[in-house]
Ligand binder design. Structure first.
Ligand code: ADP
Ligand code: MG
Length: 469
């Protein structure tokens, strides 16, 4: 049977392709109308599925009739050894039905929703809900100095998804700085510009859960295939892939496939690729293939503009001085800025009071006291400079003046001690040095504080200031 199939295939494709993709296949079992073939790898299987499934189907049906089925047995790569070889059934008889089927769930592996979850790559025009929140659009995303690069890269990607060198577009930044908002905005605009393309937004948590479910229900391949069909894939908070080996592996296959096809990938993370812990190196290096753009804490002007936009959008009345006061005092991130605005509005409504500067000051002081400040590299740097009465830009400069070098080293030492940032990230934020310099600084500070009494005094003083203030 297989021989006849092969002959048919041979007549219909190029010789080279036949040699490459069909010669290595071993027929291993024929059970009524079900033929099992063995292929050398999962990649091989995917390639066959993608390029030759139509041909195989015709060949098989000629031999085994309309209900012919094909089962793949994959010779496991080492990674998979120890597990059952997984096989995938192709329900040939349902092929026509499948083509017509519209998939409304973001992932068609929920067997309750979709009768036959198998998807034929390339054959099916899928229709999915993009899971985008229309409020998070570009119009509502205020541009400022601190988000300009990321925003304009996002705009470019939305215009020509997959057509720029920004693939993947990797957006990173701390909490509440607008990563999720920007990711949605890109998706929305890309969809508007390219209605024919499928766009999908998914959080990393959801992606991981879907993956785990798919493994449990023996649908791992369907999971991967599904994601490999998306034209513009947005995955939010990829740092949560950290430590999840199997999910990383699946994502790796998806990433490669999409990237190779020139489909757009957009990722967000709370830190730059190099700083993500417990992430496979090959993924980290791929994250850096395109463009990494960061979102920083908004400066005063941006904060003011964001607040004004929100007040206007919600049709609120608010004295100028109130808005200004909030913008001046809430510096951490946009989410907190919004939270503060909301709580002032809530206070005023609740107590049937007008929104005044006084009310604002009161609310704000509660707000600030309740959110214990996080120790950031920036904060440490300022504190150290303040202690030695050196301007911050000195520490940032190239100068090798003794007192500045010392302050710089101390700042690096405490940044290592009190933040989770990597050596290279600390170096890039404190005077644009490399990780070896930071490592050296940490050692020097340690040595000196053991041998030099005065120096130890400095270290203890600063330490106290950092932990108490
Ligand atoms: P992240 O994903 O980085 O934690 P979000 O995207 O959830 O942050 O943003 C937090 C809040 O701040 C959201 O309500 C978002 O709409 C708002 N926001 C963030 N950046 C901007 C901006 N540049 N302009 C207007 N709103 C913003
Ligand atoms: Mg987010």
């Amino acid at each position: 049977v297989w021989k006849n199939c092969l002959n048919f295939v041979k007549d219909n494709i190029q010789e080279q392709a036949f040699k490459t993709w069909f010669s290595p296949i071993q027929p291993i079992k024929l059970n009524e109308n079900i033929l099992t073939i063995q292929v050398p790898s999962k990649f091989f299987y995917e390639w066959l599925e993608e390029h030759y499934i139509k041909l195989l189907k015709i060949a098989l049906q000629k031999e085994l009739g309309k209900d012919a089925k094909l089962v793949y047995s994959i010779v496991m790569d080492q990674k998979y050894s120890g597990k059952d070889p997984y096989t995938v059934k192709i329900p040939s008889s349902n092929r026509e039905k499948l083509q017509l089927q519209e998939v409304d769930a973001p992932l068609p592996i929920d067997s309750k929703k979709v009768k036959n979850p198998f998807i034929i790559p390339g054959l099916q025009k899928i229709k999915i809900d993009s899971q985008l929140n229309t409020n998070n659009n570009f119009h509502n995303f205020i541009e400022g100095e601190t988000n300009r690069l990321a925003r304009s890269a996002g705009k470019a990607v939305a215009k020509r998804p997959g057509g720029t060198s920004f693939n993947p577009l990797f957006i990173y930044g701390g909490v509440g700085l607008g990563k999720t908002h920007l990711a949605h905005a890109i998706g929305l605009e890309a969809k508007e510009n390219h209605p024919d393309k499928t766009v999908l937004y998914v959080s990393t948590e959801k992606f991981t859960q879907q993956f785990i479910d798919s493994v449990q229900s023996n649908n791992r391949n369907d999971f991967i295939h599904f994601y490999q069909m998306i034209d513009i894939l947005i995955i939010d908070d990829v740092q949560f892939l950290s430590g999840k080996k199997a999910t990383q592996e699946a994502f790796f296959h998806i990433f490669n496939h999409l990237h190779q096809k020139g489909n757009q990938i957009i990722l967000t993370s709370d830190k730059p690729p190099v700083d993500i812990q417990d992430m496979e190196q090959r993924l980290i290096s791929r994250f850096k293939w395109g463009l990494s753009a960061d979102l920083q804490a908004p400066d005063y002007e941006t904060r003011l503009a964001i607040l004004k936009h929100k007040v206007e959008k919600d049709g609120l009345e608010m004295p100028e001085e109130v808005v200004d006061h909030i913008a001046k005092n809430i510096k951490t991130n946009v989410r907190e800025l919004e939270g503060c605005l909301n709580s002032i509005i809530a206070q005023a409504t609740l107590n049937k009071k007008e929104i005044t500067l006084e009310l604002t000051q009161k609310t704000l002081s509660n707000f600030i006291n309740n959110t214990r400040k996080e120790i950031s590299i920036d904060y440490i740097q300022r504190l150290v400079c303040d202690y030695f009465k050196i301007p911050v830009d000195q520490i940032q400069s190239k100068t090798r003046k003794r007192d500045v070098v010392q302050a710089r080293q101390l700042a690096m030492f405490f940044a290592k001690k009190y933040t989770k940032a990597s050596l290279s990230s600390i170096g890039s934020q404190i005077g644009n040095r490399d990780h070896a310099t930071v490592l050296h600084a940490c050692k020097t500070v340690k040595n000196l504080s053991e041998t030099d009494k005065i120096f130890r005094g400095y270290v203890e003083d600063i330490n106290r200031k950092i932990t108490i203030e």
